[in-house]
Ligand binder design. Sequence first.
Ligand SMILES: [Zn+2]
Length: 438
Amino acid sequence: MQSFDILIKNGTILTMDPSDSIINNGLIGINGEQISFIGEEKGNPINAEFVIDAKNGIILPGLVNGHTHAAMTLFRGLADDLPLMEWLNNYIFPAESRIDSYFVHTGTSLACAEMILSGTTTFCDMYLFEEAAAQACKEAGMRSLIGEVLYDFNSPNYGSIDNGFIYTESLIEKWCGDPLVSIAIEPHSLFTCSPDLLKTAGKLSIKYKVPLITHLSETEDELRFVEKTYGKRPVHHLNSLGILGPNLITCHCVHVSSDEIKMLKEKNVKIIHNPESNMKLASGIAPVQEMISSGITVGIGTDGCASNNDLDLFTEMGTAAKLHKVKEMDPTVMDAKTVLRMATINGAKALGMDKITGSIEIGKKADIIVVDTNKPHLTPIYNPYSHLVYSARGSDVVHSIINGRLVMSQRELLTIDVKDVIKKAEGIAKRIMSERKV
Ligand SMILES: [Zn+2]
């Protein structure tokens, strides 16, 4: 008789494996951290310590949020309807100059709660006081790739940039080998980082074999600044610094030319698409169809909560699919399966995690969610991919398993005290309002 720690049964499994296998009335067996069985229910005797009944719902890999600033949940709605530079310089940067570890721990815990509740099991974070973010992820049981944001002006966490690199190296050493938390090197952008900073970041990424992550060509202002300052377009500027490579993950890439896309592909650079943030800040529409057609690995991210204003990847997927159809004036582009792949296996590939997560395959870590489809807005089901991208919402996810551990059961979070986190977040919001100068 087969024995499992956790058995998931009675659902349609979208594996997102290389063959896009779908298993109706499927079974998944989990032992320890790993998926050890995938198959059809055939009435064979099975012994399981814990059984999850998917009730004819959809079972799929947990979603991968390729780019966010988790603790910015605490700035949700603080300043909206503004251009990026005004939003950053007049509201976000001044508010961020007063944050601390407690703020980041609370904001990241709040983000983890929101992400688990909406089906995300892995996310990539860029922010300040990231030791506190890493701790919050570990406590929440979420898989994460985390990096301290690096720039040339003084940080409220590490002070000058020299200390920023020392802090990042200490994070790498501390979290090395952790089953959930990995560390990346994360220079903020080409308009806040000098060529020297970017080159040092690139060398550290190679030295420690960890990803290098930056915002790239998010706005036209940024493009103009880079062209005026360095006499080159942003991708060419990065190329001249010698840091375009498979370890580089670039977020946004709204204003990239065909020539730059070709270069990103040649160097095997990864891209994270952030459609809702790009729409809300009126940054533009990234040429994602061209990126995908050229063979670049593209994942999807929500960006921070202050520019979205939520972390729900289901709504992000729907937006991405529809935005590019209207951009290209072609309803066949960015089909549902392509978009779901961006939020699962291709997101994992972009983050360098596709060997462990992003699909349901034997031997991979068990990062799995169950969507309840017994609802009016999810009835009937003809195509599960379409359902997930065009009809489902994050709140339809009922169970979540990360690294073999049940972190949400029947929409109840098992690793986070939500009431406590909300109370702390409200306390911080009161402080932010009392300190507000603009
Ligand atoms: Zn961002």
